[in-house]
Write a protein that binds this ligand. Structure first.
Ligand SMILES: Cc1ncc(COP(=O)(O)O)c(C=O)c1O
Length: 372
């Protein structure tokens, strides 16, 4: 495997830590000196703050975004014999959560904005279809007003995979507040990243909230000690919750910075015909740029050139998940997913990067295309 000497990192957790070191250290000191490790005030406080931020009644901290999806499906009673619609272009966890409940994922293609093609949902609905999981990829929401309409008409549960879109919205209504649940990941590379795995669901449904609270703790009601089912060990660590709560307070400002960086990329790159930039014109939709994913006609030549010039980029996903044989999924042919998977390249997008560094990335790309 080629080794690259990166000048600009895709994300830089150590630099981020230095920016808020005093607050993180204080949170650590408080939790550790009190011995607050499992299900303590820090978790409750983070859950309350997250619910408020998203615009939902409840937030339940879990171990990962995968757990959030898995728990949501189980809360909706989805299992063997059921079908769940998902986009062909997403992180594999969206699909695995369905398979692991015993249900069947039904894939549909995406559109140019990387999100589920809403026109393709109704044609795949059968008597077995129980739910749809729109994924809000890269900080840009799927068309929820249209999806909710279809779901209401066809009596489908909507579970939002909002793992990449904390803070985005449509007409002011936040990602994760539209469906039965919103599913969140706090994996370190995420817009709100912890120092290890983490996740949550948000919901307005008290029964779903109660179900998740019990099942994350092996089915136990912590007040009575009664087991309410065979559950899981997937509670968000108290220490992670304390750190995430610190970071959440900075998030509105950090989103503004992400938008500034996106605008800088747009200004520096919009005259290159072979490069499709992630700026979409949909009134009311707010992009928070979890990722700045461009489509470069030159695919790997483009991403390799950036890497060789010290710019760390991600090319998720060159091989769509349904093409991995071991997953035993039906490849019905998804033309847009296949076209974009050869071209995707996510540029450095994080609040640690300086304007000068963004300008360097722009200059490398312009050099690749022979533009000065
Ligand atoms: C769209 C999407 N869904 C699900 C997940 C799963 O989250 P996690 O890695 O926290 O399990 C992620 C993140 O990795 C994601 O990006």
């Amino acid at each position: 495997m080629a080794k690259y000497n990166y000048k600009i990192r895709f994300v830089d957790p150590a630099r981020n830590y230095r920016m808020i070191k005093d607050e993180i250290d204080a949170a650590y000191f408080e939790a550790m000196s009190k011995g607050d490790l499992v299900d303590r005030d820090q978790l409750k406080s983070f859950e309350a703050d997250l619910a408020k931020f998203v615009g939902a009644k409840y937030a339940i901290g879990l171990n990962s975004g995968y757990d959030a999806l898995h728990m949501s499906l189980r809360a909706a009673g989805i299992g063997p014999g059921d079908e769940v619609i998902i986009p062909a272009h997403t992180f594999v966890a969206t699909c695995s959560a369905i398979v692991n409940t015993g249900a069947t994922p039904v894939l549909v293609d995406v559109t140019k904005d990387f999100n589920i093609d809403v026109d393709k949902i109704e044609p795949v609905i059968t008597k077995k279809t129980k739910a749809v999981i729109p994924v809000h990829l890269s900080g840009w929401m799927a068309d929820m007003p249209r999806i909710i309409k279809i779901a209401e008409k066809c009596k489908l549960v909507v579970i939002e995979d909002a793992c990449q879109s904390l803070g985005s919205s449509i007409n002011g209504k936040g990602a994760g507040s539209w469906g039965l649940t919103g599913c969140w990941s706090f994996y370190p590379f995420k817009i709100l990243g912890g120092y290890g795995d983490g996740g949550a669901i948000t919901t307005n449904d008290p029964d779903v909230a109660l179900f998740a609270r019990r099942m994350r703790y092996n089915g136990e009601d912590r007040e009575t000690g009664e087991y309410h089912g065979h559950g899981f060990t997937c509670l968000l660590d108290n220490l992670q919750a304390a750190f995430l709560d610190v970071k959440l307070k900075h998030l509105p400002r950090w989103i503004v910075r992400r938008k500034e960086i996106a605008e800088r990329y747009r200004k520096g790159l919009s005259d290159i015909p072979d490069l499709l930039l992630p700026h979409y014109n949909k009134p009311g939709f707010d992009h928070v740029y979890q990722n700045y994913t461009v489509r470069a006609k030159q695919g790997n030549d483009f991403s390799e050139f950036l890497k060789k010039n010290g710019v760390e980029v991600l090319t998720q996903f060159r091989k769509p998940y349904y093409k991995h044989k071991a997953l035993k999924l039906l490849d019905k042919g998804f033309p847009e997913t296949e076209a974009l998977s050869c071209e995707v390249c996510s540029l450095p997008m994080n609040i640690e990067v300086t304007d000068k560094e963004v300008d360097y990335v722009i200059s490398v790309i312009r050099k690749f295309y022979g533009k000065t």
